[in-house]
Structure formats: C-alpha cells, structure tokens
Design a protein around this ligand. Structure first.
Ligand code: FAD
Length: 267
C-alpha cells in the first residue's frame, strides 16, 4: 500500500466516513454534521451526476427532505397527490394518505438535480465531501476485526481509477455505496441470487401530462415477459418515465401506453 501521496493527514481522518454521496449518504452525512460530528463523505463520481431512477419522491422521501430543511415551495419541486394505477382493465386513483407523521403529497425531481442538491446540502452542514474518490475496500483492524477505515483511489473524469491507493481512517464507516455495495461485499455479504433481475430505462418527455397531479403506474406491459412503467409529472414540462420489466431483453419507455401519442422526447 502506498500512502506517500497522502497529506495533510486531516483530509484522511474523521470521526465518521460515509461511503457514497447518493441520497442515503448525503442525508446521513448531513445529519451527522448537523449534530457536530466530523464526517468525511467520499463519492466516486462528480456532481452533477445522473442515476437511473424514476425520480419519484413518495411522502416518506418528502418527509426526509423536510427534516433536512429543504423549502419545497421553491420552484423545481413539483407536487403530486397520489398514484393512478392502470392494469387489468382498471384505472384507479389512490390519493396519498392523510397521516399526522407524513406530508400528504409526493413529488418528482430529476436525480441529476436532486442528488447534487443533497450532497451540497450535506457540505453546507459541515460534511467534508470529496468527489472522484472510489472506495476500494474496508480497512480492518487486525486485533478487533472492526472496520476502522477504507482504502480508495482517485478517479479521472471518465471514472477510471488513477494514482496510488489512499487510506482513510475513522472509528465508524457507513456504507451508502448503493447497489455496487463495495463495502458490504468485501465484508462477505453476497447478492441474493433468488431475487429476479430487471432491466430498466428512464427518459424525459415534453408532454401535456406534465401538469397531471397524479403519478401514473402501468402495471402490465407485456412483451413475452412482464414489465411495468411509471411516469412522474415533473418540472419544466418534462415527465420522467421509468420502465422496469423484470427480465433482460427490452426496456423501452416508448412501450409505455400513451407515451408515443402524447409525448415528444426532450432528453
Ligand atoms: C429503474 C429504477 C427506478 C427507480 N425509481 C425510483 C423512484 O421513482 N423513487 C424512489 O424513491 N426510488 C426509486 N428507485 C430506487 C432508488 O434509485 C434507490 O433506492 C436509491 O438511489 C438508493 O439511494 P442510495 O443513496 O442508497 O444509493 P445510490 O443512489 O445508488 O447512491 C450510491 C452512491 O455511492 C457512490 N458509490 C458507489 N460505489 C462507490 C465507491 N466504491 N466509492 C465511492 N462512492 C461510491 C455512487 O456513485 C452513488 O453516488 C429506482 C431504482 C431504479 C433502478
């Protein structure tokens, strides 16, 4: 292991290291920093960066955003009042429930914007965000067997690992590295092979449906294999579509009923 490129040391030591600055990592880092904890937030990408997702925020997610202090009355946050389900010849509108603990609305926000906002928010709260740092594995203390840090390498603008291995140290490491799960797999956790795999795609469309107060979910898209599609009315006249047929093969948003009739793809 080479650590000669590492200085000053305070860039590599913290009370808590959070691996991955997606929504989970950014929120964790924000709350820790707000509580006065010295936290390093390590992210292999650079913001803004995209993540394939439907971009939909349920009331549970909205509650978290409110808890983090976001003003959701600002432009860019488009609210919806529930879910319209289409399938088996039915079309049902299900409003978000009125509960004392949760807001009664959902929202949509492109992950390209949302994730950067969350990461910058954590930074403003005091978390030390380092981008273009790809964590390669945990550092384990020989005597206690505990994780006491992580190893990492810098990444270039194309995401390729470059340079020497770096060592970061903290008594607590939080793995928020998403589905890649670098830390968890290095510690022996394995993927559930009995779970179905899916292929998904997401696209944005200009559509007259962008003011629709409902998210819409099509539960039956058949192309020999089952699939589904969801649309979330979003800002700037665009509507993200996520299709997730639980099989490899096709995954095309144009298969979503009504999309070709109503929409012009915007990006
Ligand atoms: C097709 C699809 C549609 C979806 N639609 C929705 C939806 O509409 N609404 C919803 O709420 N959820 C949706 N989800 C789920 C949602 O995307 C995830 O639950 C969410 O992104 C998980 O957040 P996270 O922060 O745990 O992980 P991620 O968002 O995956 O973030 C992980 C972060 O860790 C970084 N990272 C990974 N490995 C390393 C490493 N080794 N070193 C440093 N950094 C690393 C990544 O670059 C990334 O920034 C969807 C998922 C898919 C696949």
């Amino acid at each position: 292991m080479t650590t000669s490129a590492q200085s000053p040391r305070e860039d590599f030591d913290a009370q808590v290291i959070v691996v991955g600055a997606g929504p989970a990592g950014a929120a964790t880092a924000h709350h820790l920093a707000t509580a006065g904890v010295d936290v390093l937030l390590l992210e292999k990408g650079t913001f803004p960066r995209d993540k394939i997702c439907g971009d939909g925020l349920t009331p549970r997610a909205v509650r978290q955003l409110l808890a983090m202090g976001f003003d959701l009355d600002q432009p860019g946050w488009q609210k919806n009042k529930g879910l319209r389900i289409v399938g088996a010849g039915h079309r049902i509108e299900l409003p978000w429930p009125e509960l004392s603990d949760f807001p009664s609305f959902g929202m949509a926000r492109a992950r390209m914007e949302l994730d950067e906002m969350l990461a910058r928010h954590a930074q403003k709260s005091g978390a030390r965000l380092q981008e273009q740092i790809s964590v390669t594995g945990p550092v384990i203390d020989d005597r206690s067997g505990r994780v006491v840090g992580v190893t990492a390498r810098r990444t270039d603008e194309r995401g390729r690992k470059v340079g020497d291995e770096l060592t970061y140290r903290a008594p607590l490491v939080v793995a928020c590295d998403g589905v890649s799960a670098r830390i968890a797999t290095a510690l022996g956790l394995t993927r559930r092979e009995d779970r179905p795999m899916a292929v998904a795609c997401r696209a944005y469309y200009n559509t007259p449906m962008h003011d629709d107060p409902w998210m819409e979910s099509w539960l039956e898209l058949w192309d020999g294999k089952p699939g589904r599609a969801t649309s979330f009315p979003a800002t700037a006249g665009s509507s993200p579509w996520a299709t997730a047929p639980p099989t490899s093969g096709w995954a095309s948003s144009t298969r979503a009923p009504s999309s070709s009739r109503w929409t012009t793809r915007s990006r």
